[in-house]
Design a binder for this molecule. Structure first.
Ligand code: ATP
Ligand code: MN
Length: 258
């Protein structure tokens, strides 16, 4: 696509032609992280009506940025855009290398990120199949993942953000929710999240588990280690909040042996 045309389409997606200031946070972040591939990918999703507009930045991270947007029908969406350059190449490569669902592993970092994005999309689909509440995946392409927006006007807060306003009984419920999710994923879905924590649970009408990039299947030789990590992290967090938690080691043996 011609450069000029592409730039215009990106401005349209960012709503710049009407109302938005070029010095907004959204524009700044977009300017920093949208490379040519990302722009072309966004333009494609725009033409297909999957992204009408991105109107806000939800989160900026080392590997990915998450934006709030709407599709062509006015439905809210969350758009996770991976950086096509990252210093985390090794970690990503190792996680993918152990995953039996992934065949050929590209040597090119950009293409490796595409595989990483696709895997997160597949993980979301798989988690839903086993009745775990996650953002509904809409579409992925290259380094861009479009999913259900969790929140109302504003994005839903993370458990970490609201912990001060919660009571013991809330923590007990959330602990049970987390343990049920870990168990169901492992036993029925042959799957493990791998980074389950107070940072990756959104508190909405019901709790929603996000950030499925490192999730993998049981056949991955790393899965047992990830399962232990989830059990230990979840137990430690809720124990600190006064919940009488089960022994994570015992639970771990039960799940791995049973
Ligand atoms: P971080 O390194 O900050 O954890 P990440 O790369 O791991 O970021 P995510 O955890 O998937 O990416 O998303 C980052 C943040 O964006 C989340 O903590 C959450 O606040 C927000 N977020 C992600 N997905 C959604 C969604 N579907 N709806 C609303 N907010 C979301
Ligand atoms: Mn996260």
């Amino acid at each position: 696509m011609r450069e000029e045309h592409l730039e215009r389409e990106i401005e349209e997606i960012l709503g710049l032609r009407e109302k938005r200031e070029k010095d907004s946070e959204l524009y700044k972040i977009a300017n920093e992280v949208f490379d040519r591939t990302t722009k072309e990918t966004l333009a494609y999703l725009h033409r297909r009506g999957k992204i009408e507009e991105l109107y806000g930045v939800i989160s900026t991270g080392k590997e990915a940025n998450v934006f709030a947007g709407v599709d062509s029908e006015g439905k809210k969406i969350a758009v996770k855009i991976y950086r096509t350059y990252t210093t985390e190449f090794r970690r990503i490569w190792e996680y993918l290398a152990g995953d039996p669902r992934i065949g050929y592993l590209p040597k090119d970092i950009r293409k490796l990120i595409f595989v990483w994005t696709r895997r997160e999309f597949k993980n979301l689909q798989r988690a839903i199949k086993y009745a775990v509440r996650v953002p509904e995946p809409v579409i992925f392409r290259n380094n861009v993942l479009v999913m259900e927006f969790i929140g109302d006007e504003l994005p839903a807060p993370r458990l970490k953000d609201v912990e001060k306003s919660l009571e013991k009984s809330d923590f007990e419920e959330l602990y049970n929710f987390s343990m049920r999710a870990i168990e169901r994923l492992w036993k029925r879905g042959d799957m493990v999240h791998g980074d389950l924590s107070e940072y990756n649970i959104l508190i909405h009408d019901e709790p929603v588990i996000i950030d499925w990039s490192q999730a993998t299947v049981r056949r991955n030789r790393l899965s047992v280690e990830l399962l232990k990590r989830d059990l230990v992290n979840v137990s430690n967090y809720f124990r600190r909040k006064g919940v009488e938690v089960e022994d994570p080691e015992k639970k771990f043996r039960e799940l791995v042996e049973g």
